[in-house]
Design a protein around this ligand. Sequence first.
Ligand SMILES: Cc1cc2nc3c(=O)[nH]c(=O)nc-3n(C[C@H](O)[C@H](O)[C@H](O)COP(=O)(O)OP(=O)(O)OC[C@H]3O[C@@H](n4cnc5c(N)ncnc54)[C@H](O)[C@@H]3O)c2cc1C
Ligand code: FES
Length: 256
Amino acid sequence: MHDFEVVSNEEIAEGIFSLVILAPRLASALKPGQFVNIRVPGDASELLRIPLSYVSADAEHGTVEIWYAVVGNATRRMSQWKPGFTSDLLGPGGRGWKAPEGTKRALVVGGGIGVPPVLCLSRELVSAGVAVDACVGAASASKLVGLEDFRALGCDQICVATDDGSAGACGFCTEPASELLAAGGYDYVATCGPGVMMSKVAAAAAEAGVYCEASLERMMSCGFGACSTCNVETADGMQGACMCGPVFDASKVVVW
Ligand SMILES: Cc1cc2nc3c(=O)[nH]c(=O)nc-3n(C[C@H](O)[C@H](O)[C@H](O)COP(=O)(O)OP(=O)(O)OC[C@H]3O[C@@H](n4cnc5c(N)ncnc54)[C@H](O)[C@@H]3O)c2cc1C
Ligand code: FES
């Protein structure tokens, strides 16, 4: 359990906020792909915390940055948080990304609010000397996040696709991802976003013979293995996303 204080909370795209919190012990413990389970006070009928990935952690300054979409009551209340607001969270939660030893070139594919965990991973990979290409998708240009960050990382190829064609190619980012994979040269793929997107990326990676991991979203009640609400059907049986995931070997996921 970590107490935290809000440092900033700003809208960075339509309906998507960047929340920076001060939580020094957490900032030095998080690993890319893990999540935190945040208490959002203000409604006594809502007992559950909400699971959110993080996009960056600064151990030196003790801060953690989270990008979240406003979709329901809790995230709507979060969007009203001002600097100085305090609450608490449980974390780090779950199993993060695990690129194979010796990975030299990786492809990350993020859709919508699935971008933060793959951007976080990309920073780690680039600092370890891995070349990273990125495919980023969103419903429209106004909802795209992470592009500048991928550019700042020096990714060789950044492919953008939007459902309505208002930025990049018109369509899904699975298409450029499949083309890049077919061209070859990757030893690792990481994806996060809508289930249908991740299943297509996983299929393209399997076709190209490249190991692929996917970060799955499930409803979570407890966030620490006690309730089974977050089960994912895998080739090895039912596995809880909060403890065995949220990052899974994509080839083992049966139901996205
Ligand atoms: C491991 C993990 C990491 C996540 N990381 C992020 C993140 O980095 N940024 C982000 O914006 N969101 C993330 N989510 C989703 C986020 O937890 C939900 O959007 C949030 O709990 C919604 O709360 P709410 O009360 O505002 O909405 P609610 O009123 O509870 O729900 C609104 C809508 O969102 C759906 N929803 C609610 N909870 C979840 C959930 N856990 N997973 C999928 N759909 C849900 C509901 O079915 C409903 O359609 C993550 C979820 C998981 C499991
Ligand atoms: S959320 Fe309770 S077991 Fe995963």
